[in-house]
Ligand binder design. Sequence first.
Ligand code: PBG
Length: 328
Amino acid sequence: MTFPIERPRRLRRTETLRSMVRETTLSPKNFVLPLFAVPGKGVRKEVGSMPGVFQLSVDELVKEAKLAHKHSVPSVILFGLPEHKDPLGSGGWDAQGPVAQAVRALKDAVPELCVITDVCMCEYTDHGHCGKLVKRRGQTEVDNDATLELLAREALCHAQAGADIVAPSDMMDGRIAKLRQTLDGDGFQDVAILSYAAKYASGFYGPFREAADSAPQEGDRRGYQMDPANSREALREVHLDIAEGADMVMVKPALSYLDVIAKVRAEVNVPVSAYNVSGEYAMVKAAAKNGWIDEQRVMLELLLSIKRAGADIILTYHAIDAARALGA
Ligand code: PBG
C-alpha cells in the first residue's frame, strides 16, 4: 500500500487505547434487580426455568436485596405471589401481603435502596389476566376502566408501605393518569411512576409466568399488550404516558426491541429503561449450561447492547452477577 489509508485499527491496538475511545460503559448503577416475594418464612425456592432466580419469603428477600446493594446495585423491583387468588385480584392491595411486607422490611433494613413495585393484577387474579374480566360481544376481555380502580388501590397500598417508585405493567389505557391522581390525592406526590409504556405481547415472558404463577388460564394478552410488529405505536404509548405523568418509561422486552429503545431514546427527555426479561435470561443460562457460550461474556455483551441502544436503566435478573463481573 503506497497511499495513506484509513486505519481504525490504530485505536484498537492496546486495551489502554480501546478504553480511551470506548463509547458506552456499563455500571451496576444502571441495574434494577427483580425479586419475587412469597408468603412464609425461610422460603428460597429456585424457579426451574430461571437458574439463580428464587421465590423468596420476605426474610430471604431482604438478604438478596442486601447482597445486591453490597454489589452497588441501587434498586430492586418487587413482584408478589399472594396466599389466595380471586377474580378481582384483591391480594394486590393487601397491606399484609408479601409485597407490602417486603417494601416495609427493605425500607427498614436498607433505607437507601430504591424500592420499585410492579403494579399489575395478573399475579393476583385466579384467571391470570392483568385486570377484571368482562364479557362483551360473546368474548371475554379485560375491562379497561374497571381495572384502573384496582390498579389504583394496589399502587396506593405499595406507596403506603413506602415504595419509592410504582411501575404499572398492565397496559390498560389511562392508568398513568389514574395512578398519578390517586397518589397525589393521598399525599404521595413524591412517589414516582415508572411506566411499562411499550410492553409487547411477547413469548419471552414464559419463565416469568412460572416464577410469578401468572399465566393466563385462557387466551393470551394480545388484547392489551402491544403487537411485536409495531414501533410507531410504541412512541405513541410513550408520549401518552409522559403526558399523563410518567416520570420514566420502559421498553419491554429489551433484546428483540433494541430498535424501539433507540427510537424512544431519540424522542423523549425522560429516563428510559428496558426490561431484560425472563426468557432472555433463560436462554443465556441454558446455552451456558450446555457449554455453548461463555456466560459472563455474553451476559455483559447483551447488557451493553441495551445500554448502547439508549437505555439509562436496565431491569435484569443478571444484576448481581453482572455487577460482580464489573468488579463491584
Ligand atoms: C406482569 C408482568 C410480566 C412481566 C413483568 N410484569 C408478565 C406478563 O406480562 O405476562 C414479565 C417479566 C419477565 O418476563 O421477566 N404483567
